[in-house]
Ligand binder design. Structure first.
Ligand SMILES: Nc1nc2c(c(=O)[nH]1)N[C@H]1C(S)=C(S)[C@@H](COP(=O)(O)O)O[C@H]1N2
Ligand SMILES: [Mo]
Length: 313
């Protein structure tokens, strides 16, 4: 009979923890640890933020972690895709509070540590379609925005929800330039904000959000162009009138309030019919067809029944 000796590990027992330990021992022995230490802090950070698998996930192949965390739009850190990963290390993410105010019965300021425990974390693989014509598939960690909204008890006058990103002048080289009216402001209609797919995100790939992706918390609204998913939120305001977002102020004819992904409504300067999936683009890789509502039509099309989606772009 086979008798297990201490230290014997069956293949079925090779857990991520085991793998991690083995890798660490190997790194210490070979000196690779020293090399790893020269990586930027966000690439090393192993703050685990696991979530339970969510039925709202899509099955598309996930965009590699490297692309998700180095090809970003976060204009406060520069307009170049590579700049957020280089510059966002200076963002101060603690202490951090989010004030939820306006047309609510119970206005409240939440501490980030409170929000991290407010509802069970879920792993949700969502598509993200940028208005510029590229897309990714990102495994976010978080929960539905409605979890927060229902706790402040919206009044009957709460027709819209406005989201305000942080401004840290000392730490954000991009806010010196008037590309946008800072702070970055976005908004949703209340029924959109209450939809289960509208997500408050605290992590990706099972880890705490890297700063360049909008730490310590951001939105993910997967059926809308990426610019609606504001990063590093400090304020959520429920209001009666439709807010004017930073992008509407910059160019209302190009960036509408709704910004639902729509292959049939071109941007004034380019078509939205197709997209380039980051991570799978080679010279000969065909573009993908962009899907109405980014492929989430079954879940969200009913929100827009009777609306002219060409006029309400
Ligand atoms: N505060 C803030 N939020 C922002 C942006 C920004 O510049 N500032 N860019 C938006 C755009 S255009 C996109 S496509 C997504 C990109 O998110 P990602 O870098 O995590 O992929 O963030 C959105 N949220
Ligand atoms: Mo975007």
């Amino acid at each position: 009979m086979y008798v297990r000796k201490p230290g014997d590990v069956l293949p079925s027992e090779v857990t991520p923890e085991t793998v991690w330990r083995a890798r660490r021992e190997w790194m210490l022995r070979t000196g690779a640890a020293a090399a790893a230490l020269s990586l930027p802090a966000w690439a090393r950070a192993d703050d685990a933020l696991p979530g339970r698998a969510s039925p709202l996930s899509v099955m598309d192949k996930q965009t590699p972690f490297k692309d998700v965390t180095t090809y970003n739009n976060y204009y406060e850190f520069g307009v170049d895709k590579s700049e957020p990963a280089k510059n966002a290390g200076r963002l101060q993410t603690r202490p951090w509070t989010v004030s939820v105010e306006g047309e609510v019965g119970k206005p409240r300021t939440f501490d980030i540590d409170e929000l991290l425990k407010l509802a069970p974390m879920e792993d949700r693989i969502y598509r993200l379609r940028c208005v510029e014509g590229w897309s990714m598939v990102i495994p976010w960690v978080g929960y539905s925005l409605s979890e927060v909204l229902k706790r402040v008890e919206p009044t009957s006058k709460a027709k819209y929800v406005e989201f305000v990103s942080v401004v840290q002048r000392e730490n954000m080289p991009g806010v010196r330039y008037a590309v946008l009216d800072w702070p970055y402001v976005e908004a949703l209609r209340i029924d959109e904000a209450m939809h289960p797919l509208a997500m408050l995100v605290f992590g990706l790939y099972g880890k705490t959000l890297p700063n360049q992706n909008g730490a310590p918390l951001r939105l993910a609204v997967p059926w809308k162009y990426g610019f609606k998913s504001a990063k590093s939120l400090v304020k959520i305001r429920l209001v009666e009138q439709q807010p004017t977002s930073s992008w509407m102020k910059a160019a209302a004819n190009e960036y509408g309030f709704y910004a639902n992904v729509n292959p049939d409504v071109p941007h004034p300067r380019w078509s939205q019919a197709t997209e380039r999936r980051i991570g799978e683009d080679g010279l000969f890789t065909p573009k993908r067809k962009t899907l109405a509502f980014n492929g989430y039509g079954d879940q969200v099309a009913s929100l827009y029944q009777g609306m002219d989606l060409k006029a309400n772009y």
